[in-house]
Ligand binder design. Structure first.
Ligand SMILES: [Zn+2]
Length: 74
């Protein structure tokens, strides 16, 4: 594989939606739980569910598995 095709593969992989499969949960002061979806590529938490792309890395996102996502309690 040459450099050009590696760059192309990398660019394309950002445009192919990756399933969001983790949600991070934070306990609130009132004892509730705030949840934020986690980007499957850069693993940062996102402020909003169902956004088309990650704010941080630009990865296209697929939300079809979000109902079965793992919740990680911090
Ligand atoms: Zn990301």
């Amino acid at each position: 594989m040459n450099d050009t095709s590696q760059i192309l593969d990398s660019a394309l992989s950002y445009r192919v939606p990756m399933a969001v499969t983790s949600i991070r949960g934070f306990r609130t002061l009132t004892g509730g739980l705030s949840t934020y979806p986690v980007c499957p590529r850069c693993h940062t938490t996102m402020e909003h569910e169902y956004q088309a792309y990650c704010d941080r890395c630009g990865q296209a996102l697929d939300w079809k598995d979000i109902k079965r996502a793992n919740i990680i309690i911090s």
